[in-house]
Every structure is written in structure tokens, then in C-alpha cells.
Design a protein around this ligand. Structure first.
Ligand code: AMP
Ligand code: ZN
Length: 468
């Protein structure tokens, strides 16, 4: 299996640290809002990587954090007049709902930064003892030049970086020995969450979180560390500097980075207003469509979101489900049990599609090509399986579609349709809950219906619903 390693800028053969096992850390979202479809890209891509390793028989330990203390969370909390913890709790729960909708498997562990403060204090103390960090009046900085390999991931030269920094003086950072140094611990500010530490009350910097959580849940050296390409510098570069200075060992053998998702050719950002949340998308599409769309491009290619591409993915999903549904509805008891004339070649054809799928995935997870193998398999199933075919052939197609779709996280079954009566009963229950000011239950009902493709609209004449 070949993986493109950002560290070497080459496709390399994957050799696990321990035979049959994979340890993976994927940088997770900062939880101050609903996740956007850009955040969904690494979730779907690396979930698919994990699923392929599992398909190959590896035992995968997959860790992905929630950054639940951060300036953006504190700002949102102040705006809403609630605590930072409440904001984080709320959006972690919402993110988990979206992940479920996208059929992203829960990680083996989802650590939260605020629950790992002790580990961060330990690592920062070790870095100070070893001369890699220093305390300047309650702010602890990493001494970047103490790590000679700094820049090895992002291919940045430390002297160029220094030159770029020289003119920039930031107030509040007077204690820094060198503009390149970055924060490991910052002192508390009024109205912000804080924890006690040997350097005074304060909170950790962002980079140290991942170094600590990766070490705690996966060990000092891991197989794969992943995230979006914007994290290469400074986040991942800084993680390497911290972790390797602390342990003296390589931090991660393979570094994987997904390219960015744009909207209609423009970078997605909050300030431009072209910001789409997964939740918003779920009101218009089955999230399986979003998943298929994300996997229709190679993860290292930029991907452009637009309505036509989503329509194409919706049509693709429908093709898979219709073909699979037809096979499922056949009654194997009424079909010949043994292989019929010419069917051996068809079985060989299935094997060839599986081989094409695997070759694509072995080549740095080329999901676009892997999906085309699935579509060829579907096409063959439509042509080759008829009521006169053997049950063996039908079963072989079902098994192959199931197994390849499952690597992609695609569910080939049609969503079970809700009956109108069931919908009406739930709407009635929601109205009663709203009257009783039980908004949590009312929202839950709306979400349940949304997950089944039912959108609600509250109008003067009452609640109207439609199928999406
Ligand atoms: P954040 O919450 O900004 O730390 O982002 C969480 C993850 O989403 C990181 O791996 C980011 O690199 C990734 N990410 C953010 N925006 C995009 C985007 N537009 N396209 C692809 N990945 C993104
Ligand atoms: Zn990280």
C-alpha cells in the first residue's frame, strides 16, 4: 500500500510500526459552531482511509480530538452570554450528530483538550527541563531554534522564517527570546477559562494539545498523523518540534494532508459569506450524497463544491441503491442454486472489479478510481443478474457491493421511507413539546425527521412538511 507522505513529499510503501496494527491521529475541529463542509472533508477522507485499513484486516486505533478551549470558543460564549464549556459541549454534540449522518465512524477515542490539561503541564515541564522551553512571566514559549530539524515537514527554512518575522513586534510578547518561538502556555485573562499550573493560572496553546493527546492515546511514535493541508504550518510543524524534543523519537512516520474544499471556485470562509454547514446541507440532501461527492476526487486535489456536482453524486447514489435494491428483492429460493453456463466468467468479472478497487485504494487512496470500479460492478450486476441467473451469482454481487461500499462508508440500501401517519404523529408531539417549552425534545424530533429526509416548515397555518 502506498501513501503520499508530506514529510518526504513522496509516495511510500506503508510499513506499520507493529504488524497488523495502525495508529492514526487526525486533528479534529475547534467546536464553536456547526461544522462546515470543509471540516467534513478530513472527517470523511480519513474515515475512509481507516475503513480501508480495516478491510485489509488491520486493527486500527483512531484518535481524533475536539479542541474545546480556544479564542473563537471564548468569543462565541461571550456573544451568547454562556460559558465556553457550554458552547463546546453543545457543538461537540452537534458535530457528533453530523458525523453520524455522514456515516463517519466514531474514533476509538475522542479526547477533549480541557480534559488533558495534566498531560500538557507534564509535557511543558519536560520541555523546560530539557531546555526546549522557557517561562517568561507566566507565558511559556517553545524555543524553536533548540529543535534543529524545525521546518522539516513544511520545507521552510528557519532563517527565512526569521527574516519574515523581524519587522513584526507583537505587544504582550515582549518576553519572547526569539520571534520564532511559539506559545505552550498562556496566562489567564479576565473572563476566560483557566487551570492552575507551575507557571500560574492559564490555559494551553493549541499545538501542545495534539502532541499530548497523540502521545497519551497512541504512544510516542505513531504510524499516521493527518489533517487538512492548512495545518502543515505552523500546527503540525510545531507538534513535531514539541513531541520530538520531548521524547527524542520520531513523532509520526506518515503525514497525510487533504487539500481544501472550495465553493463555486472560491475559498470557503465565514467573512465571504460562502460558508456551508453540514447541517444546512442535510436539509437539502441525504448526507450520503455529500460523502459520495467528497470521495469523487482524490483527497490531495482541491475540490469544488457546486450544485451540479452534488446532483451528479445524488444520481450516482441512486444508481447504487436501485441496483442493490433490485438484487435484494429477488427471491434466491426461486433461482437455480448452482452456477449456470457462462456464470464463472461473470464471477471472474466481479473479482476483476474488486482488484481494480483495491489497486486504486493501494495507490494513495485513489477513491475517485475506486468509485469508478464500484460503478462498473453495479453496471455488470444490472446486466448479468436476471431471474434465470443462479442464486450464487446474485449473492456474489450483493456481497461485493456490500463490501466495497462499506469501505467508502456508502450504505447501498434505500432509506426506509417514513409513513405519512408516523410523520404526522411526530409533528403533533413536537407541537405539544413546544407548547410545554420542552425545546430540547422539539429539536430532537426535527432532527429525527431531518435524518429521514423530512423537512419541516412552521407557517401560520401550522407545520408543513416535505420530503427532500
Ligand atoms: P479547524 O476547526 O479549523 O481546526 O479545522 C478542522 C479540520 O478541518 C482541520 O483538519 C482543517 O485542516 C480542516 N479544514 C478546515 N477548512 C477546510 C476546507 N475548506 N477544506 C478542507 N479541509 C478544511
Ligand atoms: Zn492538531
Amino acid at each position: 500500500m502506498k501513501i503520499y507522505n508530506t514529510l518526504t513529499r513522496k509516495k511510500e510503501e506503508f510499513v506499520p510500526i507493529e504488524e497488523g496494527k495502525v495508529s492514526m491521529y487526525v486533528c479534529g475541529p475547534t467546536v464553536y459552531n456547526y461544522i462546515h463542509i470543509g471540516n467534513a472533508r478530513p472527517m470523511i477522507v480519513f474515515d475512509t482511509v481507516r475503513r480501508y485499513f480495516e478491510y485489509k484486516g488491520y486493527d486500527v486505533r483512531y484518535v481524533s480530538n475536539f479542541t474545546d478551549v480556544d479564542d473563537k470558543i471564548i468569543k462565541e460564549a461571550n456573544e451568547e452570554g454562556v460559558s465556553a464549556q457550554e458552547i463546546a459541549e453543545k457543538y461537540i454534540a452537534e458535530c457528533q450528530k453530523d458525523m453520524q449522518g455522514m456515516n463517519v465512524k466514531p474514533a476509538t477515542v475522542h479526547p477533549r483538550a480541557t480534559q488533558e490539561i495534566d498531560g500538557m503541564i507534564d509535557m511543558i515541564s519536560t520541555l523546560i527541563e530539557k531546555g526546549h522551553a522557557y517561562n517568561a512571566d507566566g507565558t511559556v514559549y517553545f524555543r524553536t531554534r533548540s529543535f534543529p530539524e524545525y521546518g522539516k515537514l513544511s520545507k521552510k527554512n528557519i532563517d527565512d522564517l526569521e527574516a519574515g518575522h523581524r519587522s513584526i513586534k507583537v505587544t504582550g510578547e515582549e518576553g519572547k527570546e526569539d520571534p520564532l518561538d511559539f506559545v505552550l502556555w498562556k496566562p489567564k485573562k479576565e473572563g476566560e477559562p483557566f487551570w492552575p499550573s507551575p507557571w500560574g493560572d492559564g490555559r494551553p496553546g493549541w499545538h501542545i494539545e495534539c502532541s499530548v493527546m497523540s502521545k497519551k492515546y497512541l504512544g510516542e511514535t505513531i504510524d499516521i498523523h493527518a489533517g487538512g493541508e492548512d495545518l502543515i504550518f505552523p500546527h503540525h510543524e510545531n507538534e513535531i518540534a514539541q513531541s520530538e524534543s520531548c521524547s527524542g523519537k520520531p513523532f509520526a512516520h506518515y503525514w497525510m494532508h487533504n487539500a481544501f474544499l472550495n465553493i463555486n471556485g472560491i475559498k470557503m470562509s465565514k467573512s465571504l459569506g460562502n460558508f456551508l454547514t453540514v447541517r444546512g446541507i442535510s436539509e437539502h440532501y441525504d448526507l450520503q450524497v455529500l460523502r459520495l461527492f467528497m470521495l469523487s476526487a482524490h483527497y490531495r486535489s482541491p475540490l469544488n463544491y457546486n450544485a451540479e456536482l452534488m446532483q451528479a453524486s445524488a444520481a450516482g447514489l441512486e444508481r447504487i441503491r436501485t441496483a442493490y435494491g433490485r438484487l435484494e428483492e429477488m427471491n434466491p429460493a426461486g433461482m437455480p442454486a448452482d452456477l449456470q453456463d457462462g456464470e464463472q466468467e461473470k464471477l471472474d468479472g466481479i473479482r476483476a472489479h474488486i482488484a481494480k478497487f483495491e489497486n486504486a485504494m493501494e495507490d494513495d487512496f485513489n477513491t475517485a478510481s475506486a468509485l469508478s470500479a464500484i460503478f462498473e460492478l453495479i453496471k455488470d450486476a444490472n446486466i448479468n443478474v436476471q431471474s434465470t441467473s443462479s442464486a450464487k451469482l446474485r449473492d456474489a454481487y450483493i456481497k461485493a457491493i456490500d463490501s466495497l461500499c462499506s469501505v467508502m462508508g456508502i450504505i447501498p440500501l434505500k432509506k426506509e421511507e417514513m409513513l405519512d401517519d408516523e410523520i404526522a404523529a411526530l409533528i403533533e408531539e413536537r407541537n405539544a413539546a413546544r407548547k410545554a417549552k420542552n425545546f430540547a425534545r422539539a429539536d430532537e424530533i426535527r432532527d429525527t425527521l431531518a435524518a429521514k429526509g423530512i423537512t419541516l416548515k412552521d407557517t401560520r397555518e401550522g407545520t408543513k412538511w416535505s420530503r427532500t
